[in-house]
Write a protein that binds this ligand. Structure first.
Ligand code: ATP
Length: 483
């Protein structure tokens, strides 16, 4: 698939626009247009429904070690600065970058080999004789900001680089204010910000993006089983929503790739068309984080000592480098009386990367006959009906003989349940093709026969099959196909 064609479709049909485009745009920031906002909302709503509100707390789901509960949160983007000191982001959340003194370009060190020199695009930065690259330096990815009127260190805060920390610091609030018992998960969807050195590949690497994260709390003895459960469950979720062409893979990290606290991490990756052959981009990471996060917020920033144990990092004078909250975030099991710090499994997904992968997978071109039987090139987004921005379009075949009135009645009836589009302008073949490009799974057409027997045609976007149903049954007919 040609990525340029998808990018141009996204702009032309209102899926994605560059942020602040009339002022020349801002690198790494993207706006979702009228179709894009619906698509991304559907991705987030499908995730929330499947992971949280639709979750059955009573059953043991296939592959799960036991029944479990799920609940949600919506935390602030700006949090107490100590959160990021204890989580490790303040000291460690950086990438290595190099600058070029000749062209003022700036790259992540590990992106140099896949970037072009602005002065000589056939070479990588550093490969052209005039390049003057600096030594690699650390660059913290958190966006600093100022809270209130205080300037300097006192008012300094950060835009969150992940949603996860809001969940950890509310762990006790959730257990105290609800009846959840371990094992249970807390989910959150929200914006995160990273001052990426080289934002690129459309929305894949942006500076403002949305995450869909779960922190799943469980007993340390069962955490490896829960890790495997979440890894497989999340992989299946993408397959179920259409990423089934063999471009999706689940990759377990090697031992040397694991973070210092992690006992296991897997990435769900997609072979995006903008990557080299054989390369994959991360959609979601599933990490076994043990008790690292809750302990960090109790005790202070943790580091691994020589014996491989996590201990509070100390300054030269023996004080904690970053002091924790001092609050007890352990959990007491009412039944057994056991008290322990829960282990955490974290499935952390990006709503924008998932949306982009669904778009890439959905993009197809084929040849279809027009109303005169002549073969025409067709562009179609074969999005899963649950994700499609518009679920159905309703057309009167012609703008007369009472057809618009019947079509508008059907449109209003469908509107009660879904996002539906009404179109009476131009040749019907053109109207079908506009909906194919938008990914609309069903088109309903009112024609001459409707006026005689009150039936309409429904056309399927992918198979192009058309069948007649009673006008009163259109809503039910489409509703079952959208599940
Ligand atoms: P990468 O290595 O690609 O930068 P990461 O390993 O730093 O990603 P995580 O910290 O695990 O990513 O974040 C979880 C998810 O958040 C990612 O799988 C991705 O879907 C999303 N995400 C992270 N950074 C970005 C970004 N700059 N733009 C869009 N989505 C992002």
């Amino acid at each position: 698939m040609d990525m340029d064609k998808l990018v141009s479709l996204c702009k032309r049909r209102g899926f994605l626009f560059q942020s602040s485009e009339i002022y020349g745009g801002l690198n790494g920031f993207w706006d979702y247009g009228p179709l894009g906002v619906e698509l991304k909302r559907n991705v987030k709503e499908a995730w929330w429904r499947d992971m949280v509100t639709g979750h059955d707390d009573l059953a043991t789901l296939p592959g799960a070690p036991a029944p479990y509960e799920m609940t949600g949160l919506d935390c602030t983007i700006i949090m107490h600065p100590q959160v990021w000191k204890c989580s490790g982001h303040y000291d460690l959340f950086h990438d290595m970058m190099v600058d070029c003194k000749e062209c003022q370009g700036r790259w992540r060190v590990d992106h140099v080999a896949s970037s072009e020199c602005p002065r000589k695009p056939s070479k990588h930065p550093g490969g052209f004789e005039k390049c003057q690259l600096t030594e690699p330096r650390e660059f913290n990815l958190m966006f600093p900001t100022t809270v209130g009127a205080l300037s300097g260190e006192e008012g300094r805060a950060f835009l969150r680089p992940e949603t996860a920390q809001g969940i950890f610091v509310n762990f006790k609030n959730v257990t105290d204010s609800t009846r959840v018992r371990l094992p249970f998960g807390i989910a959150q969807i929200g914006k995160s910000f990273r001052n990426e050195i080289t934002p690129r590949n459309f929305t894949f690497r942006s500076r403002e993006f949305e995450q869909m994260e779960i922190e799943f709390f469980c007993h340390p003895n069962s955490s490896p089983e829960w890790y495997r459960y979440w890894r497989d469950r999340r992989f299946q979720w993408y397959l179920d929503h259409g990423l089934s062409s063999g471009k999706l893979r689940l990759r377990e990290h090697d031992q040397d790739e694991l973070s210092h606290y992690s006992c296991g991490t897997a990435d769900i990756e997609y072979s995006f068309p903008f990557l080299q052959q054989g390369e994959f981009g991360e959609l979601e990471g599933i990490a076994h984080r043990a008790d690292f996060d809750l302990r960090s917020h109790m005790e202070g920033k943790l580091v691994k000592n020589e014996e491989g144990c996590l201990v509070v990092e100390q300054t030269a004078d023996g004080k904690a480098r970053h002091r924790g909250s001092g609050k007890d975030l352990s959990y007491r099991d009412d039944v057994t009386g056991e008290r322990y710090v829960p282990h955490v499994i974290e499935p952390s997904a990006g709503a924008d990367r998932a949306t982009l992968a669904f778009l890439c997978e959905a993009y197809h071109e084929d040849q279809q006959p027009d109303e005169n039987g002549k073969m025409q090139e067709r562009t179609v987004l074969k999005l899963h009906p649950r994700l499609a921005p518009i679920k159905a379009a309703v057309f009167p075949l012609v703008k007369k003989d009472g057809m618009p009135e019947v079509a508008q009645r059907i449109y209003r009836n469908l509107k009660r349940r879904f996002n539906v589009y009404y179109d009476e302008k131009g040749a019907v073949g053109r109207r079908y093709r506009r909906q194919d490009e938008a990914g609309t799974p069903f088109c309903v057409t009112v024609d001459g026969q409707t006026l005689q027997d009150n039936t309409v045609t429904i056309r399927d976007r992918d198979s192009l099959e058309q069948w007649r149903v009673k006008a009163d049954d259109v809503l039910d007919e489409i509703a079952v196909k959208l599940l």
